[in-house]
Write a protein that binds this ligand. Structure first.
Ligand SMILES: C[S@@+](CC[C@H](N)C(=O)[O-])C[C@H]1O[C@@H](n2cnc3c(N)ncnc32)[C@H](O)[C@@H]1O
Ligand code: SF4
Length: 387
């Protein structure tokens, strides 16, 4: 995750540059249930409204939670599928909060209602993220349910009314890129605390539909809008968080934005970006799926490190006999092509390995969604071969 707002803050009130980020345990995104009332076009978990046998029961979830705590995992993001479809979701969330985890709920928002908002508020989630992939029909088409937009927005409003920190998550493809300006207006009008802009990752239905990924020019335009909007808020002294996910080239793109607008701040921001360190899959971000399988992140369900029913998460996470994990934990990562030659590898860390792997079979190939030009990353294109 790339926190644009934090870097904007650095432009105004620079903080000391520390060593590369190295938190105690990884942030764990936990898909507790795969069932979902929606069947979104891009869904990495290929969720649907049916039972998926073999999911962890409450007791198993609690056992894993104890291990995660002992392993010093700081954050649990409870996700799915639709996590609110899990009957014991509030028991799980309450216990997690009681144990001192930072607990986020990752929901499509359609099932947040008058009937459960008191329970949601009572748990004290640190953050509730609701997906909105466009305005009205765009969102409904993307999420394949008429009325989904209205239901999700109603859920967001209920959270706001109860004082819960709430954010919108938006994944951009060619189908909904035109709605980004409208969504940014919506989050302003609704007083929504956070906007998470996600690039498409090539996993599950998102891989099947990867031809809908935006062209690099559209991605750049979206990033320009996002950076300018975030800076606008910062200048007005208004607090709103802007973060991005699934494309660590965003860090380098921000550096270029800073070079144009605030050339005297480039060296500080560059140092801060290096401290952030780019892609964190397999290092600072982990995933446990509904069956208890552990993956380097949510987009690697086709690569399993083992199952928490058989071995503790802590053991699986530190087992470097898995070549993918060994490579992800290596610094610098053994990336190839443009990524290997990039002058900013220490900022972005080679970006998203899943896309490279899905396209070429090689997890270390260059990320096809890096939208920076060869010139921008300091790579000279060989146009002529001299004989
Ligand atoms: C799998 S969903 C689970 C939580 C909830 N059902 C929802 O839709 O928000 C978690 C988040 O991942 C996003 N997501 C799903 N597939 C994705 C993909 N292929 N690339 C990027 N983001 C994706 C969704 O849009 C959502 O914001
Ligand atoms: S993205 Fe979320 S809401 Fe959509 S199908 Fe997947 S789990 Fe369900």
């Amino acid at each position: 995750m790339f926190r644009i707002s934090q870097f904007m803050d650095e432009l105004v009130t620079p903080s000391t540059v520390g060593p590369r980020r190295n938190p105690p345990g990884p942030v764990v995104i936990w898909n507790l249930v795969r069932r979902c009332n929606l069947t979104c076009k891009h869904c990495y978990s290929i969720s649907a409204d049916k039972d998926f046998p073999g999911e962890l029961n409450t007791e198993q979830v609690f056992t894993v939670m104890d291990d995660l705590k002992a392993f010093r995992v700081p954050v649990l993001i409870l996700s799915g599928g639709e996590p609110l479809l899990r009957p014991d979701i509030f028991d799980i969330a309450r216990r997690a909060k009681g144990m001192g985890f930072y607990v986020g709920l990752s929901s499509n928002g359609t099932l947040i209602s008058e009937a459960n908002i008191d329970a949601i508020a009572d748990i004290g989630f640190d953050y509730v993220g609701v997906s909105l992939d466009g305005i009205k029909e765009t969102h409904d088409r993307f999420r394949r349910l008429e009325g989904a937009f209205d239901a999700s927005l109603a859920g967001i409003r209920l959270c706001k009314e109860r004082g819960i920190k709430v954010g919108v998550r938006y994944t951009m493809t060619q189908d909904n890129a035109h709605d980004l300006p409208g969504l940014l207006k919506l989050i302003e009008a609704e007083g929504i605390d956070k906007f998470y802009f996600s690039h498409l990752n090539y996993a599950g239905r998102g891989n099947k539909n990867r031809a809908t990924d935006t062209h690099h020019l559209a991605t750049r335009q979206a990033m320009d809008l996002l950076l300018d909007t975030c800076w606008d808020y910062r200048q007005k002294g208004l607090h709103k968080e802007f973060v991005t996910g699934n494309n660590d080239a965003d860090g380098v793109y921000l550096l270029r934005w800073v070079a144009r607008r605030f050339p005297d701040k480039v060296s500080h921001i560059r140092a801060k970006l290096e401290q952030w360190g780019g892609n964190a899959s397999g290092v600072n971000v982990a995933n446990i799926d509904n069956l208890g399988n552990v993956h380097p992140d949510t987009m690697w369900w086709h690569h399993t490190l083992g199952n928490v029913k058989e071995r503790p998460f802590s053991t699986l996470w530190n087992d470097l006999s898995d070549p993918l994990m060994a490579g992800l934990k290596q610094h610098p990562r053994p990336v190839e092509g443009r990524c290997g030659a990039c002058a900013y590898l220490n900022i972005c860390n080679g970006n998203t390995r899943v896309r490279a792997q899905q396209l070429t079979g090689n997890p270390w190939a260059e990320d096809p969604a890096c939208y920076l030009s060869d010139e921008e990353i300091g790579v000279k294109k060989v146009t002529e071969v001299s004989l």
